[in-house]
Design a protein around this ligand. Structure first.
Ligand code: PLP
Length: 427
């Protein structure tokens, strides 16, 4: 596919290019396995001497087409689909870290990612240091150690909608000889392509805007191909030294720019098996076809809703990077000139109890755990996703006790605002 094509075209056309007589629409290869004519043909695949399909836990043509579309949208060299966004972030880190290693992450990342890093990966002997993403380069650099293997952040944080200074993060990571991994879930490659600002690896929860219809949980990892593993060979032996599970093959020499995704596929996916079902990849592909259109509408609607909320005197505060005067307005203008996303964080005067009464009075906007799909939805993290935390712990996680996460959908903006207005009046 021509790399100069615009995102709207890639959304529709990239990944699947049928030849004569083949289905116009990406088919679901609903097959766990693939047939060969000789035993030797199959053996060569197992030795990675030839590429080809043999078992869907490693690769499937439906998944590969959708991964190729996401790689094209991000401007990367290769991508891998995973069963969820959690699996994507786990594999993205585990592909570089072993027991005894350390990495640095922004503290205000998604709660599920925070737990994965702070609790589950710690049990595996991989240690994380959380830092304030708005801190100075010197302060963030102070968290690095000789065994630090990567820096991690989210383009737009969930649920705080804080915008990451990607260039700053890339500079800090590269000064320490490690890659920057950016979770680009909320921005999507329609609104930001982190590789253009120096990120090396991008992850996604495709469950959100990419699917867009709340039908399938999924994730993706994309590699820019830009990080030079061999220049920092001592830090990344898993990529630059022979893998005994493939007769001593070395990923960086055998696969060059494809080393990182190849290792994640043939080693982590082979051994841990969190694949995306081809059915789900098909649904994800349908969502991707309209991603460009939908993001435009999400942002347009969210901007109107955010302006309405800010003008309403029952609202204590509103965070949305598109609002002039927002703490992240300037970073938003730089990294997200087309708009940020549909998610707004706000609080009502009267605090936590008022937030709950307001949410219960909504009619069109639905209370769901999900975020970033076509339907406007709302969540109160302090009562739901972050329910176990005290107010002090909430503050440390960057979640105000009165924070309402409003995920503005693609309905008519006037109808969404009318629902919010009636709920504010009804309390
Ligand atoms: C939802 C989310 C995840 C986790 O993704 P799942 O698909 O739910 O596993 C990771 N990062 C961000 C920013 C998210 O919003």
């Amino acid at each position: 596919m021509n790399e100069k094509l615009k995102p709207a075209t890639l959304c529709v056309q990239a990944g699947w290019t049928p030849k004569k007589g083949e289905p116009r629409v990406l088919p679901i290869y609903q097959s766990t396995t693939f047939k060969y004519e000789t035993s030797d043909q199959m053996a060569r695949l197992f030795d990675l001497e030839e590429s080809g399909y043999f078992y869907t836990r490693l690769q499937n043509p439906t998944n590969d087409a959708v991964a190729a579309k996401i790689a094209a949208l991000e401007g990367g060299v290769a991508a891998m689909l995973t069963s969820s966004g959690q699996a994507a972030n786990f594999y993205a880190v585990l592909n570089l870290c072993s027991a005894g290693d350390h990495f640095v992450s922004a503290a205000t990342v998604y709660g599920g990612t925070f737990n994965l890093f702070a609790v589950t990966m710690a049990k595996m002997g991989i240690e994380v240091t959380f830092i304030d993403q708005d801190a100075s380069e010197e302060e963030i650099a102070a968290a690095f150690r000789p065994n630090t293997k990567l820096l991690f952040g989210e383009t737009i944080t969930n649920p705080g909608v804080e915008v990451l200074d990607i260039e700053k993060f890339a500079r800090i990571a590269h000064n320490h000889g490690v890659p920057l991994i950016v979770d680009n879930t909320f921005a999507t490659p329609i609104n930001c392509r982190p590789f253009e600002w120096g990120a090396d690896i991008v992850t996604h929860s495709t469950t959100k805007y990419m699917d867009g219809h709340a039908t399938a949980v999924g994730g993706a990892i994309v590699d820019s191909g830009n990080f030079d593993w061999e220049a920092h060979a001592d830090k990344f032996p898993g990529l630059t030294q022979p893998d005994p599970s493939y007769h001593g093959l070395t990923y960086s020499t055998a696969f060059g720019k494809g080393a990182y995704i190849t290792k994640a596929t043939v080693q982590l996916m082979r051994d841990l098996g969190s694949i995306q079902a081809p059915q789900n990849a098909f649904l994800l592909n349908l969502g991707l076809e309209t991603l460009d259109l939908r993001m435009e509408r999400h942002c347009k609607n969210a901007q109107q809703v955010a302006e309405y909320l800010r003008s309403n005197d029952q609202v204590a505060w509103v965070h949305y990077p598109g609002l002039q005067g927002d703490k992240y307005y300037e970073l938003g203008q730089k990294y997200l000139p087309k708009g940020s996303c549909g998610v707004i964080a706000f609080g009502l005067k009267g605090g936590r109890e008022e937030s709950i009464r307001f949410m219960d009075a909504l009619k069109l906007c639905a209370i769901v755990t999900h975020v970033a799909d076509a339907r406007t939805s709302v969540l109160h993290p302090a009562s739901h996703t972050h329910r176990q935390l005290t107010d002090e712990q909430l503050a440390a996680a960057g979640v105000a006790p009165d924070l309402i996460r409003l995920s503005v959908g693609i309905e008519d903006a006037g109808d969404i605002i009318a629902d919010i207005a009636q709920a504010l009046a009804a309390r």
